[in-house]
Design a protein around this ligand. Structure first.
Ligand code: KIV
Length: 271
């Protein structure tokens, strides 16, 4: 098995490398990043993917949701992250209401890919027509299903999704549809571990879980949660890696190793 985590080739990883990891049963590691300093540390620790998440609205800007984040702010933070990265694959979020039509989705994806050099954009929900059109114009897409933080005002609260059979079937159907629409990756947030495991096995594309159990093809955490500096209560699915590390680089390396060795997440972090 090729070990991507010690690959010293300084070309950034590509979408094909991530697919090869799934096929080789090597877990994909992903952390959110919002600036150049952390981008450098995360990259040096060998993390495979950095997600410039719209969670920056909460952890950087101090908002209570991700809703206020703008596309220009996403471009600004993505530019900073890309500047300091050598190896990690970079995904940038399309923020709230930046992809309501095919035209706006294309225009905003162009900003993330041309001005900021993201390698892939992520969008929430099973918007298959939007995904198809982005993919037709060579924009790689990561879909995001399960708990959708941009829908918080419809949901009313952040909670586990897909607990009953009907909801589980809906999420499974959506996962199949986004893959068929051309998505190259799927983030599954806050769903029961059994459901995430079944979806990960059913799909060809890599499934990156957050609060979705150890059987996903990879794991993502919000950087500030895993560094133990969550504002308020840390989500149950996350873990403070600073408790087992002497400094920030070691905490990031611990996350990387524990995901690769399938030690994180453990039962206490799952639903
Ligand atoms: O914005 C973000 O950080 C995310 C992760 C929670 C997956 O979308």
């Amino acid at each position: 098995m090729q070990n991507y985590s010690v690959d010293v080739n300084m070309q950034p990883l590509s979408i094909l490398d991530l697919l090869a990891m799934k096929q080789a049963n090597e877990k994909i590691t992903c952390l959110t990043a919002y600036d150049a300093s952390f981008s450098r540390l995360i990259d040096q620790a060998g993390i495979d993917v950095m997600l410039v998440g719209d969670s920056l609205g909460m952890v950087i800007q101090g908002h209570s949701t991700t809703i206020p984040v703008t596309i220009d702010e996403m471009v600004y933070h993505t530019q900073a992250v890309v500047k300091a990265r050598k190896r990690a694959f970079i995904i940038a979020d399309l923020p709230f209401l930046s992809y309501p039509t095919i035209d706006t989705a294309l225009k905003n994806a162009a900003k993330l890919m041309q001005s900021a050099e993201a390698q892939m954009v992520k969008l929430e929900g099973a918007h298959t027509e939007i995904i198809k059109n982005l993919v037709d114009f060579a924009v790689p897409v990561c879909a995001h299903l399960g708990l959708l933080p941009q829908s918080i005002n419809q949901l009313g609260q952040y909670k586990v999704q897909g607990k009953d059979v009907k909801e589980a079937e809906r999420i499974t159907e959506e996962a199949i549809k986004v893959e068929q629409a051309g998505a190259s990756l799927l983030v599954l947030e806050c769903v029961p571990a059994d459901l995430a495991s079944a979806i990960s096995k059913q799909l060809t594309i890599p499934v990156i879980g957050i609060g979705a159990g150890v059987s996903c093809d990879g794991q993502v955490l919000v950087l500030y949660d895993m560094l133990g500096i969550t504002i308020g209560t840390r989500p149950r699915f996350s873990k403070d890696f600073m408790q087992v590390a002497a400094d920030i680089p070691s905490a990031i390396e611990q996350f990387h190793q524990q995901v690769k060795q399938k030690q994180f997440p453990s039962a206490e972090h799952c639903y």
